[in-house]
Write a protein that binds this ligand. Structure first.
Ligand SMILES: Nc1nc2c(ncn2[C@@H]2O[C@H](COP(=O)(O)OP(=O)(O)OP(=O)(O)O)[C@@H](O)[C@H]2O)c(=O)[nH]1
Length: 360
């Protein structure tokens, strides 16, 4: 890691700023957990009703549609165990929905169907949004609803008079409503879910990621280490004599100091690194792609920054310093709890050496 030169600011006034969205949350949202059971239900439904419809179409001598329905039924049955455990659920959902909707379109074009078969198209927006999310769902719903509209008009066009026109209007309007409701619902659900995720992974006082997020980021770093031997270091950082700050200036000054230190770390660290608050006045920093020598430099620079930046709260200048213990993945272990223990032992050593220093 190249040590980044930070501009020293002459005075740093504490402010209660709103917490901005952190880059460490930018990873894609984990897959929505309800999609797998919905997909399993859809596959079971297709497997069972595919056979039933095939029997009905056999009795109507529509052998083409019958054959397609049997193929779909077998396909759904075969996909059931795969979907129950695959890591690539999204891919299988796309594959199956493409086939499912394509068969639906084909069934709509067959001459022997009755107009009520068009009720099935109402499933298109619901399934698309539930299984594919807002944007891909919108594409699927838009394309297949448009296709079914074209099929409907080509089969029951205006030449059949006013009665048919009314049924066309019913189907079109209900489809548009369901499309719109599904879109609005999915958008607000995604928003609520990402807010909940942010809250669950964030320390409310400093806005830094918390211990739960540390674990997620560590796991990603661990798999990079195992695959490509990419180094990673953990810094355990603890403010010195923080109790004195609380005792002397009050608890709200202590809180302000914690926010101040969080801002100093944010300003100092690279976007790929992550500082999180893991306890009262204890922070942990994950330095990705960083070995021990580079981690020592970064830690010493953090110590210097905390010591040098002016921390002023309600007219009082509060002097701060911090002690840091370092652990390196691979050298000190590969398990997060073990690495935290090693870094903590070294942090304790830094405290006994007189504080405001780094032990690696
Ligand atoms: N204001 C504030 N104080 C906190 C918070 N969490 C923990 N503390 C305080 O942090 C202090 C930690 O004190 P100690 O563990 O004795 O550590 P210290 O005074 O920093 O001493 P050394 O670590 O040995 O340098 C305690 O007084 C806690 O009450 C918090 O969220 N806000």
């Amino acid at each position: 890691m190249k040590a980044k030169k930070t501009k020293s600011r002459p005075g740093y006034w504490l402010q209660d700023r709103p917490v901005s969205k952190l880059s460490v949350y930018d990873e894609s949202m984990p897959e929505a957990p309800y999609r797998r059971p919905i997909m399993q239900f859809l596959l079971t439904f297709t497997a069972v009703f595919g056979v039933l419809f095939a029997v009905l179409n056999y009795r109507q001598a529509d052998y083409g549609l019958m054959a397609i329905e049997i193929v779909m039924s077998v396909f759904a049955l075969g996909l059931l165990p795969i979907v129950s455990r695959t890591q690539r659920l999204q891919l299988w959902i796309v594959v199956f929905l493409l086939a499912f909707f394509a068969v639906m379109m084909y069934a709509l074009t067959t001459a022997k169907v009755v107009p009520t078969v068009f009720a099935w198209v109402l499933l298109i927006p619901i399934l698309s949004y539930l299984l594919l999310g807002r944007w891909l769902g919108a594409w699927f719903a838009g394309v297949f609803l448009s296709a079914s509209g074209v099929i409907f008009f080509s089969q029951y066009g205006f030449e059949q008079g006013y009665t048919e026109l009314r049924s066309v209007a019913n189907v079109v309007l209900v489809s548009i409503c369901i499309f719109g409701f599904s879109h609005v619902y999915e958008a607000s659900r995604e928003h609520a879910e990402s807010r909940l995720r942010m809250m669950a992974l964030t320390d409310p006082l400093t806005g830094l990621p918390n211990r739960a997020r540390l674990r997620e980021v560590f796991e990603a770093g661990l798999s990079r280490y195992e695959r490509h031997s990419t180094p990673m270091a953990l810094l355990m950082l603890d403010l010195d004599h923080f109790k004195d700050v609380n005792d002397r200036y009050g608890h709200d000054a202590g809180d302000a100091v914690l926010r101040f230190v969080a801002q100093v770390m944010r300003a100092r660290l690279r976007p790929s690194d992550m500082a999180c608050r893991i306890g009262g006045e204890e922070f942990c920093v994950v330095l990705v792609d960083t070995d021990r020598a580079q981690a020592i430099k970064a830690a010493e620079d953090l110590c210097r920054q905390v010591r040098m930046q002016r921390c002023v709260h309600r007219g009082h200048e509060i002097s701060l310093s911090t002690s840091i213990g370092i652990a390196e993945i691979g050298v000190d272990g590969i398990d997060l709890d073990r690495l935290l223990r090693v870094a903590d032992t070294r942090l304790y050593e830094a405290k006994t050496r007189g504080r405001d220093c780094v032990v690696a």
